[in-house]
Design a protein around this ligand. Structure first.
Ligand SMILES: [Zn+2]
Length: 418
């Protein structure tokens, strides 16, 4: 028992304990909060959770970590970020404030295409050096698992470069990092005019990018921006079909701006998650509720874009869908690393209870990454992924909005932030 550690003196241990799958409906009502409890870890795994006096007796020689009256939760699981980018796009906020729409910003050289130009011009080392402190900031707010997408390369070499940066980050940081290939983020500009065509770009994704990404095992998921004006339903079927044939699990940016049937497609294809959903139709809600696909909600994006519409979280929950929360950390539409702030938005904008928001940010975030048996809850056998917050009651986490309350966090028992 020499490598074991005891986390003691927490005001609350919020375990989120339960079955190793996404929670739905009434299962979201209770985040399983313990008082006078301790957590024992051993070899990067949670060994036991229970009354502190009992665990102190069972683990007499364990190292001790004093939680000093704070709240211990599962490490937060951020299942949707675009963490590999070059320069921030802060110029666009004032353009938006002055009324500029997506097209006008794009015409002024902004939007996704400006990040694509920028990423293509940078080397792997430079992108790595930019991403490293950004992911550390995510960890500093309590995130211990983060999904990171490519998608600002949009050429074979630049997508591979972005995914290799993610691989380097996996070895450089204690965080658990899940890589996603997002070559289908947008049709790059050079394929929008003759002699090239969008069909050619889709063929490049299907015939070259996906096989290469799969062969080099650079991604666990393939994602697509399935939206009217970006990739159509048929194109999404083609690309995601190829990804699945190469062993990649599926994600979709679905119904973000207009209802286009993307949520229904996600359910039909058995995608692991359908993300955004601010414009999901009633049929889309029903389709997700009847499926295993997790509905991942990104309230920070709509807030930052100044939109009043949010995904219909309550309708999804009431219909029986599994919902998760994530930051959508990206340089254009959600440049936040503050996951607890998403909990605030989940309560104030999406009308979730604190327990619902917490389970969506932990257990269900893990399910949105296929990691429901590995992380997202404080239960024996799970990875020792923990976050300690400077609060006495977990309801303070969404309450002190925008604050930085994470004191320490651990992934696989290793400190992510101290
Ligand atoms: Zn996204």
């Amino acid at each position: 028992m020499s490598s074991s550690t005891l986390f003691v003196n927490a005001a609350q241990v919020v375990t989120c304990a339960g079955p190793p799958r996404a929670r739905r409906g009434d299962e979201m009502r209770d985040a399983a909060i313990l008082t006078r409890a301790a957590v024992a870890t051993d070899g990067g795994r949670i060994a036991a959770v229970g009354p502190q006096a009992q665990l102190e007796h069972a683990y007499p020689s364990a190292a001790r970590i004093d939680c000093d009256g704070g709240v211990l939760t599962p490490g937060l699981v951020d299942s949707h970020t675009h963490g590999i980018f070059g320069k921030p796009r802060f110029e666009e906020q004032e353009l938006r404030a002055a009324g500029a729409g997506y097209m006008e910003i794009a015409n002024r050289g902004g939007g996704i295409h400006s990040s694509v130009r920028d990423v293509r011009a940078r080397g792997e080392d430079e992108l790595f050096a930019l991403a490293l402190p950004r992911l550390r900031r995510l960890a500093a707010h309590g995130t211990t698992t983060v999904e990171v997408k490519s998608g600002y390369g949009l050429s074979l070499d630049d997508e591979l470069k972005s995914l290799r940066v993610i691989r380097r980050l996996q070895s450089a940081l204690p965080l658990r990092i899940v890589p996603t290939f997002l070559g289908a983020h947008e049709i790059p500009l050079e394929y929008r005019a003759k002699p090239h065509s969008r069909e050619e770009y889709i063929a490049l994704i299907v015939n070259e990018m996906i096989p290469r990404v799969a062969r080099e095992q650079l991604a666990r998921f393939a994602d697509i921006f399935c939206e009217p004006g970006v990739f159509t339903l048929d194109e999404s079927r083609t690309i995601l079909g190829a990804a699945r044939a190469h062993g990649l699990a599926l994600k979709l940016h679905a119904d973000e701006l207009e209802p286009g049937g993307a949520a229904e497609l996600a359910a039909e294809l058995g995608a692991t998650s359908a993300d955004h959903l601010a414009a999901i139709s009633d049929a889309g809600v029903r389709a997700l509720a009847a499926s295993a696909t997790v509905a991942t909600l990104l309230p920070g994006t709509m807030l930052f874009l100044g939109k009043t519409r949010q995904a219909p979280a309550r309708a999804l929950l009431d219909a029986g869908a599994a919902i998760a929360l994530a930051t959508d950390f990206n340089p254009g539409t959600s440049p936040t690393v503050n996951f607890p702030l998403m909990l605030t938005l989940a309560v104030s904008q999406l009308r979730l209870s604190v327990a619902e928001a917490l389970l969506a940010a932990t257990v269900n975030g893990a399910a949105a990454l296929g990691l429901q048996a590995e992380t997202g809850q404080i239960s024996a056998g799970y990875s020792a992924d923990l976050a300690l917050f400077d609060i006495e009651d977990v309801r303070e986490l969404p309450y002190w909005y925008g604050d930085h309350r994470c004191r320490r966090s651990w992934a696989r028992g290793n400190a992510c932030h101290a």
